[in-house]
Design a binder for this molecule. Structure first.
Ligand code: 5CA
Ligand code: ZN
Length: 406
């Protein structure tokens, strides 16, 4: 699939400012903030959208988290290889297409295009590989065949299931107990009660054709991929094993990231990712913002109402990425006011020391992407008088490079 255009990103090292520190980030699996240690280049996979409705602020918040991570890595001096998927065939997409009388392919294409436009407006770094589930079916089939060779695949009717407990590390991503796993599995697309399964948590790898639903002819028969294997197969193909970070929102901790990791580990005998990073949930009207509930604040609607995408970015950055928080609407006004203050400060002939600001920004980001601390540092710089007598251009460049706010 086509990705979206890459925003310009200045290199602070070229401005004589050296490089940033080692980036530390919270790994759900270890339950702790840990240093990332990319060997040469950092490899990042982030779970992409299921394109049946437009980008909302929850999505934007999750993708912004991994945009910041990439900016911190780039500033540290490592290259980044970034892959993101699009779940362009799945139950909720097909259900929405049927309910609205739209062709499912058209629906997916339209919403994916709107997502690209929203990501471009928000100056999000694009993935190097932006990959759909449909175009990845051959990868999925290959991976299921590898799993079959390990003896951990079985049939229920004509569907194929993975024995999750055949992976030694199953359970280590989330750390959840059996009861929590079962509850989330049932709530988030799983089928714990299906007769014929060996373990309630075993997950669907391949779904045989259902009447009226799309299916593809493959060596596994006519059907379509399950959800978790989609991300395992795409990530392994484009990034290899033991890549640096598997990312997404915290609603993907279990089952999605647990299952993807178990499948990949069983198929390759190696770890899937080195760290699992999860952004908090953005809520609205008292509940998690979600396409299925319809309580959405769309990025495209905020843009159409004339809000500067950089203010949308700032409104999200005001919350630490791991926080669960609720959108009330007045955040955008506060962010616009902050953006105006910053821009006025950048337009001054002389300003405070940019070196101090750059150091504070780098430390804040390297410390588990502490965006609120970074915003506070820019606020303080903008409020200080210009007695250091420096041109504000360096500070502006740093805010652009590290926070993506132009
Ligand atoms: N296609 C799958 C991932 S393979 C999927 O979860 N798609 S999604 O469209 O439902 O979500 C896309 C991304 O946005 C996921 O990383 C998800 O965790 C995140 N996300 C969804 N809702 C919210 C929310 N309310 N707040 C924060 N992040 C969210
Ligand atoms: Zn995924």
């Amino acid at each position: 699939m086509q990705s979206w255009p890459r925003p310009s990103i200045p290199r602070l090292v070229d401005a004589g400012l050296g490089t940033g520190p080692v980036v530390r980030i919270h790994d759900t699996s270890r339950g702790d903030v840990v240093p990332t240690d990319p060997e040469g280049a950092a490899r990042l996979y982030v779970c992409g959208i299921t394109p049946y409705d437009a980008t909302h602020l929850g999505h934007a918040n999750t993708y912004l988290t991994f945009d910041l991570l990439q900016r911190a890595w780039l500033d540290h001096g490592v290259e980044v290889h970034y892959t993101q998927n699009v779940t362009d065939v799945d139950d909720p997409l097909l259900e929405r297409a049927t309910a609205t009388g739209v062709d499912w392919v058209e629906l997916a294409e339209r919403e994916t295009q709107l997502f690209r436009e929203d990501m471009t407006a928000l100056r999000m770094l694009p993935p190097e590989h932006y990959v759909g589930a449909v175009e990845s079916i051959p990868l999925v089939v290959d991976m299921i065949k590898r799993l079959e060779e390990t003896g951990s695949v079985y049939r229920v009717d004509d569907d194929l299931y993975f024995e999750v407990r055949s992976a030694a590390g199953f359970g280590e991503v989330s750390g959840y107990d059996a009861e929590t796993m079962t509850r989330f599995f049932a709530e988030r697309g799983g089928d714990p009660d299906r007769p014929g399964k060996r373990d309630p948590l075993d997950c669907l790898l391949w779904q045989a054709e259902r009447p009226g639903e799309p299916a593809w002819d493959t060596e596994l028969g006519r059907g379509r991929p399950g959800w978790h294997i989609e991300c395992s197969a795409i990530a392994l193909h484009h990034l290899g094993t033991a890549f640096d970070v598997q990312g997404g929102g915290s609603d993907l901790v279990f089952p999605h990231h647990e299952m993807s990791a178990a499948e990949a580990e069983r198929a390759t005998g190696e770890a899937f990712a080195r760290a699992y990073v999860h952004a908090g949930m953005v809520g609205y009207e008292g509940e998690k913002m979600s396409k299925s509930k319809g309580n959405l604040v769309l990025v495209s609607r905020l843009r159409a109402a004339g809000h500067d995408p950089m203010a949308i970015r700032l409104a999200l950055l005001a919350h630490h990425y791991r926080e669960d928080w609720e959108w009330f609407g007045d955040e955008i006004g506060a962010a616009e006011e902050r953006l105006a203050r910053w821009r006025a400060a950048f337009a001054r002939p002389l300003a405070g020391s940019a070196k101090v600001l750059v150091e504070q920004l780098r430390e804040a980001l390297a410390n588990d992407l502490d965006a609120p601390a970074a915003l506070a540092a820019v606020d303080a710089w903008a409020a200080a008088d210009g007695e250091d007598g420096e041109a504000p251009a360096v500070a502006r460049t740093a805010v652009d490079a590290l926070l993506g706010v132009a």
